[in-house]
Ligand binder design. Sequence first.
Ligand code: IPM
Ligand code: MG
Length: 372
Amino acid sequence: MNLKIAVLAGDGIGPEVILQAKKALYAIGVVYHHEFIFEDALVGATAIDKTGTSLPQQTLNLCLNTDAVLFGAVGDPAYDNNSDTALNPAQGVLKLRKELGLFTNVRPIKTYPTLLNSSPLKQEIIDGIDFVVFRELTGGAYYSEKKINQEGTIASDLLEYSEEEIARIAHLAFKSAEKRKNKVTMVDKANVLETSRLWRKVVQNIALDYPDVALNFLYADTAAMQIILNPKQFDVILTENLFGDILSDEASAITGSIGLLASASFGTSNALFEPIHGSHPLAKGKNIANPIASIVSAAMLLEHFGLHEEAQKVHEAVLKSIEYNVVTIDLNPGTSFGTNEVGEFVSNYILNKDDLLYFNNDNVHIGQSTIV
Ligand code: IPM
Ligand code: MG
């Protein structure tokens, strides 16, 4: 397969972690005979510095004309609260989502058995959790009309959804549930919000097309509580933009390290893959950022194009790196490995699986030679 991939590494640790994802994809390309052509483009604060805007037209054009986007992270304290939208890195992300029509954001939440003690929750609560958040990404309060009066004392953010916006993501959520554990939990605030009542009506109708999938409803406040109390009850969580933003961060935190989790955003003709963590400016250039979330994002990209075996191989390599304790400081405070070494291990594992089977914790000298 030939794929053209736009690489928007962004700010802070973005470029370091994305480099490791590229290395993993390159290794997959070699082993499975695919050609991945990477084209870099600017986004976020880095783009503001060089071009005066967080999402240059050239970047957008590239994304519109590639098969997929691999995205790092954006954000820089120098710009983050800027009210001039062109000079605000987050606004660049919102514009990119809208322009690419990425209406569905998917965040798988899973635990790694060897890392259970990194979670802030008790092991018995999180052991074996496996759910996915489907967050609507191009509607709701993020994109509806915003107002502030002349005096700057009264502001409002409209929260608007159409049936069509709800239906298109709902179908994807039900289809995903059919391949998983056949359960969709719709999260809303139907006791208060008109939009939530519309979501319920539309989703209930769509559920009729998926008779094997059980549908239940939770209010957003209850859902926030249940994610902590009993996360194993979830399979697919379906929700609107703002609730999804909040709940998916909460869900990611219970697994132990935000540095492990990836996400994918889909539209009708575009797809973007990114780690869920931010740009972490303080860690920039220190070779300490965990590249696994970015590498797993690359696996989601492979999965999206039907390259299941290849995606599995990446997951396997990541599991091995954790098993061999070739991990960054967030997972092991005494580690001697950094971003580069973890990435190197993963790509070398993909390239040389059999040789790596002779490894053990004492003789791994990643970076010089991964073959013993
Ligand atoms: C996310 C982020 C963004 C959002 C920000 C950077 C605008 O928090 O991707 O979850 O709120 O959607
Ligand atoms: Mg968020």
